[in-house]
Design a protein around this ligand. Structure first.
Ligand code: H2B
Length: 99
């Protein structure tokens, strides 16, 4: 279910490293910069397993040590709680890799 601006506000406040955009009804974006390519791949592999388990997948690209991520929920035409949860998981996994 798509989150309203009122619902989003407190949730986004807890995701300070993410940028909200208005395209496609609402997106969340963040760039992660890792030590090197191996660490970026470690991050992507961990998130890929999580994403598959939850049937909610990031749009992302990688260049060497950088991973650019965009989250949105196509079914909801915007941002849903699933995007918020995935953003939090990404923050936690990146932090655990001592980003
Ligand atoms: N991931 C994301 N980010 N948004 C979706 O709406 C979505 C998804 N839908 N992963 C899922 C898969 C859907 O296409 C399948 C059929 O369950």
């Amino acid at each position: 279910m798509r989150l309203s601006p009122t619902q989003l506000q407190p949730l986004l406040a807890r995701l300070p490293d993410w940028q909200a955009g208005t395209e496609r009804g609402g997106v969340l974006s963040r760039s992660f910069v890792f030590r090197d390519f191996a660490q970026a791949m470690g991050f992507m592999c961990q998130i890929a397993v999580h994403a598959e388990k939850h049937d909610h997948h990031p749009e992302w690209s990688n260049v060497y040590n950088r991973v650019d991520v965009t989250l949105t929920t196509h079914d909801a035409d915007g941002l849903s709680l699933r995007d918020i949860r995935l953003a939090r998981t990404m923050d936690q996994v990146a932090a655990a890799l001592a980003l």
